[in-house]
Design a protein. Structure first.
Length: 688
């Protein structure tokens, strides 16, 4: 199909979920008389199996939302007021192009794109936009806000974002679900885990929070935030002293064993228990289970790497399967991300050659607050798409201060008037996944998916690719690549011998041809071809070549002023800041809340349901407290990511988080955050 459904007909259109989730579900949209009337999972796609999460099952509600942006808008009030007036596309794009042309002539690095995973699509997320900014010579964005600590850690250990195939978890006898609330954020993996459990497998959840997933596992290891590497090293210690090792696999397929052995022997379970805040006996028993059960599989996720030592922690966990030879079996090993298995032709999509040898500065998106308040080398124009940084970036007090600059020219491409949209000079209405072409990979399975437009764009909404094509034309960029249509860009993402585009159009997905057990005989995509316990590349960068436990920037117990550790895991019915404005989903979540353990609440005189003030040196945030069995003593959970404008005081939990970065990958440290909590006095009613 090459165009939206014609009127007076009923048809089904194949698509793909665009959101930041490892499942990347295949969709089927039923369209009647040009209107989407039903959205369901594609039953023919083995990974989706006809099932969607609660969030995406409401996608038509989001697409047809009465608050969808449907025409270009120009700011008509102070920055942040959210006051706009309609403007034509021509007037908006002409003015934007004129302003960018001036900056291009003076200092193109004063222009910064800011985007992330509002769509995971290769076309609407990283094609025409990258071509445009490369040609412009704008500052480059270091897209770090989610996964770079863990992703780069895997590259230094296994050679890339590679691992076991998700469907084979169903055959495992032991599954460690590490740093993942799979029921909420990886539903289709959970299907395989449940199949394994029904067949007799043991499931262990390792997470500071007693999540919905922990409830359904056989065991929960409630370690303190940022202590995962200590736990992994203690498991190694027990594997060594009990000789639960595959010596042949270690000898033939790893590098740095002697060094890692010496490091691990420094971490007896008693030491790790004191650091992690869990019983020593639990660590010993977990090591025995992992060392003596075959096949054993680890589903690692990104929550555990959002702390200072997140990269080292991911490296430590990634070493475990090679120690016991788990990679020998297709149901053994580890999966953090499968995205490195896709041979995407990113040069064709993004055209870095348009930089023509220039090397613009790179700005870390996790430090956008500092970047926007830097007066020495200022950002003068900001183009935001596929992201909501005012809500999602850390240390949001600084982010807001930067966005509020009257001298900052800000353009926002959006579907709704988010917190970030309120600060735009121009607000441009964007299409949804039901309205445009795209092609998708996954970081949880190994299929390529095609998204075909099902309905016409709402009002005057336009795709990201259309906007950047039009800006390129107005700025005189005459390279043929700026005329490529979206379907043509989809076709360029993979070589024809890798992915058959006809197959994609016919069934909506195509499966990569990969071995069942890719590392059964080593052959890791590292320079050595081995699992690198010791990384010469890291050592050459001045870092420790071995994984180690690095205490948090704000380690638990290090401050009497701010004695509680706060993590901010996603609310089950939101996806980052998406879906917050879908009324049916917001009704389920209710309101922003802080989960707190009964002992911590009692010590502070906090009653269940009370309004509390959470604060630290960066700011404060008020919300309702819930005394919850999901919280362990000493750790509170600020569930996110709510739009700031929906908070009691116009803030969210990122008012408290830090711009400090991880050890590897320059990632954010959202879960490396100390706070204090106090009850907010309720005023007495006025006397009658």
């Amino acid at each position: 199909m090459t165009s939206p459904t014609p009127s007076n007909s009923v048809t089904q259109v194949l698509g793909a979920c665009p959101h930041d989730c490892p499942d990347t579900c295949a969709l089927v949209t039923t369209v009647q008389d040009g209107v989407a009337v039903k959205l369901q999972g594609n039953p023919d796609h083995r990974h989706t199996a006809g099932v969607l999460c609660t969030k995406v099952s409401r996608y038509i509600e989001r697409n047809d939302h009465p608050e969808r942006l449907v025409q270009p808008m120009k700011r008509a009030g102070p920055k942040g007021s959210g006051r706009f007036e309609p403007v034509s596309w021509d007037a908006a794009l002409d003015d934007i192009a004129s302003r960018l042309n001036v900056l291009k002539g003076n200092n193109p690095e004063g222009i910064l794109p800011y985007s992330y995973a509002g769509t995971m699509g290769l076309v609407q997320g990283e094609s025409m936009d990258r071509r445009f900014f490369h040609k412009l010579g704008a500052s480059l964005l270091d897209r770090t806000i989610c996964s770079t600590a863990g992703g780069e850690a895997l590259s230094f250990t296994l050679g890339g974002k590679v691992g076991m195939r998700v469907e084979f978890f169903a055959e495992a006898r032991l599954i460690l679900i590490w740093g993942s609330n799979s029921i909420a954020s990886n539903l289709h993996f959970w299907r395989h885990a449940q199949a394994a459990k029904r067949a007799g497998a043991r499931l262990v959840c390792i997470d500071p929070r007693k999540t919905e997933t922990a409830d359904k596992c056989d065991e929960h290891v409630a370690l303190l935030p940022g202590t995962d590497a200590a736990l992994a090293l203690a498991l190694m210690h027990e594997l060594i002293v009990n000789d639960w090792l595959d010596h042949d696999y270690i000898q033939r397929h790893t590098i740095g064993w002697d060094k890692l052995r010496a490091r691990a022997l420094q971490w007896p379970p008693a030491r790790a228990a004191a650091v992690c805040g869990v019983p020593e006996a639990q660590i010993v028993a977990l090591a025995r289970a992992y060392g003596t059960t075959r096949p054993a599989a680890i589903r690692l996720n990104y929550g555990m790497q959002r702390v200072r030592g997140g990269g080292n922690a991911a490296r430590a966990v990634a070493c475990l399967p090679a120690l016991v030879g788990a990679w020998r079996e297709r149901a053994g090993g580890l999966l953090l991300s499968s995205s490195g298995l896709y041979p995407v032709n990113r040069a064709a999509l993004q055209r870095p050659d348009l930089l023509a040898g220039r090397r613009p500065r790179t700005i870390n998106m996790s430090s956008i607050g500092d970047a926007l308040t830097d007066t020495a080398n200022p950002v003068e124009a900001l183009i935001v798409y596929n992201s909501n940084p005012v809500a999602v970036a850390p240390d949001s007090g600084k982010v807001v201060a930067g966005f509020a600059r009257e001298d900052l020219f800000t353009v926002v491409l959006e579907q709704f008037q988010t917190d970030t949209a309120d600060y735009a000079d121009y607000l441009l209405p964007a299409t949804t996944q039901l309205e445009h072409w795209d092609i998708h990979t996954s970081y949880g399975h190994t299929d390529v998916l095609l998204n075909q437009p099902a309905v016409a764009p709402r009002g005057q909404a336009r795709s990201n690719t259309w906007v950047f094509r039009e800006l390129a034309r107005r700025m005189g960029f005459d390279e043929p690549c700026f005329s490529d249509g979206d379907e043509a860009v989809c076709r360029s993402a993979f070589a024809p011998e890798v992915v058959d585009f006809g197959e994609l159009q016919a069934q909506g997905f195509a499966t990569l041809k990969l071995p069942d057990a890719p590392f059964a005989e080593g052959n890791f995509p590292t320079a050595s071809g081995r699992c690198e316990f010791f990384s010469e590349a890291l050592a050459a960068m001045g870092q420790d070549g071995l994984p180690d436990h690095l205490p948090n920037h704000e380690a638990f117990g290090s401050s009497t002023e701010f004695p509680l550790a706060m993590i901010s895991p996603p609310a089950r019915n939101f996806l980052n800041s998406s879906f917050v404005n879908v009324r049916s989903l917001r009704a389920i979540e209710g309101e922003p809340l802080l989960e707190i353990h009964a002992a911590d609440a009692a010590a502070r005189g906090i009653a269940d349901g009370a309004t509390v003030r959470i604060f630290n040196q960066r700011g404060e945030h008020r919300c309702r407290a819930e005394i919850s069995r999901r919280a362990r003593p000493g750790v509170v959970h600020g569930l996110g990511i709510w739009w700031r404008k929906l908070g009691l005081d116009g803030t969210n939990v990122n008012q408290l988080t830090s711009q400090r970065l991880t050890d590897i990958g320059r990632g954010p440290t959202f879960y490396d955050c100390l706070v204090e909590v106090e009850a907010v006095a309720v005023p007495e009613p006025a006397a009658s």
